[in-house]
Design a protein around this ligand. Structure first.
Ligand code: NAP
Length: 281
């Protein structure tokens, strides 16, 4: 069994991004800029946003962080997004999700133009991915594809199972694997006898948010297992995979923490640089 280190893959990509940022600045006279909007005081969301801001600094981007208290009128936040959308010096806009209750997530996200949608959540970017002509792709599944590539294993022809069908993780993950010529099955909470699918899979990606869900008897010998889940149990971070049971059967597996997690922000940075290059070139 080999561990796939998201930390190591992510660190390598960030070094490349920092180099590309230098070249971008020489060419365009400024560095790429990412704007992050956060509403409310959810501690996990603030940690994610702080890490995004730190990531920007690490690769040499400019970052803008707009913080709003829960209860701020929705139109005030909408105006902020509109003004960032119109600002030629801003390349990417991200609204940290989930928003507190009472805000219309769909409406606020719809104000981000496709060319600045660095999360890859817009209907256009989602549609382009499903047509295998991707523009900006959702960061977490994109990070998983880099981790799979780091194994050196040929993906074409492999049987892959994705557990979870959210618009932001499961569905784009399935699309990316289809586009990579895998044969893909998507399982979810209504799937009957889910282990029937996972037991035959060469690749299993679990993204459901249920600690220790994937057990040893649910995977075949030599499978590649990617654990997207982030769960807090007794103050400890754990994934969706029962690592002790599953790892001995795998050819490759991601740990939690240190697997998919570090890749997500790195992909956000990569998406921001691409958005800047596409807009200015
Ligand atoms: P989500 O929107 O809550 O979706 C969860 C999905 O899992 C749904 O499709 C749901 O099925 C399915 N599901 C739930 N319980 C299940 C069960 N017992 N058996 C089979 N399927 C089940 O969550 P998400 O945003 O996709 O995130 C999933 C996990 O990934 C969470 O732990 C989240 O924290 C983590 N995550 C990690 C990163 C990272 O950077 N590492 C990034 C994003 C998310 P239904 O559709 O039938 O309800």
């Amino acid at each position: 069994m080999q561990l796939i280190s998201g930390k190591a893959v992510s660190a390598d990509i960030r070094v490349e991004l920092a180099e590309k940022t230098g070249k971008f600045a020489e060419k365009f006279g400024r560095v790429p800029a990412l704007a992050v909007i956060i509403v409310g005081d959810d501690p996990a969301s603030h940690t994610y946003v702080n890490n995004k801001i730190k990531g920007c600094a690490q690769v040499g981007f400019r970052s803008i962080c707009q913080k709003y208290e829960n209860g701020t009128p929705q139109e005030e936040i909408a105006d902020c997004i509109r003004s960032l959308a119109a600002d030629d010096g801003v390349d990417g806009i991200l609204v940290q999700l989930p928003l507190p209750k009472g805000y219309d997530e769909k409406y606020l996200l719809s104000l981000i133009p496709d060319c600045k949608d660095v999360d890859g959540f817009s209907p256009t970017n989602t549609g382009l991915l499903s047509m295998n002509t991707p523009n900006t792709v959702s960061c977490t599944p994109l990070g998983v594809m880099h981790l799979l590539a780091s194994t050196g294993v040929e993906l074409a022809g492999k049987d892959a199972v994705v557990i979870g069908r959210s618009n932001t993780v499961g569905k784009p993950m399935a699309m990316l694997l289809i586009n990579a010529n895998c044969t893909v099955t998507v399982c979810h909470s209504k799937t009957k006898d889910l282990a029937r699918y996972t037991r035959n899979a060469d690749i299993v990606v679990v993204a459901i948010g249920r600690p220790d869900f994937l057990k040893g008897d649910m995977v075949k010998e030599g499978a590649i297992v990617i654990d997207v889940g982030i769960n807090r149990v007794d103050g400890k971070l754990v994934g969706d995979v029962d690592f002790e049971q599953v790892a001995p059967k795998c050819s490759f597996i991601t740990p939690v923490p240190g697997g998919v997690g570090p890749m997500t922000i790195t992909m956000l940075l990569a998406n921001t640089l691409s958005a800047a290059e596409n807009r200015l070139s």
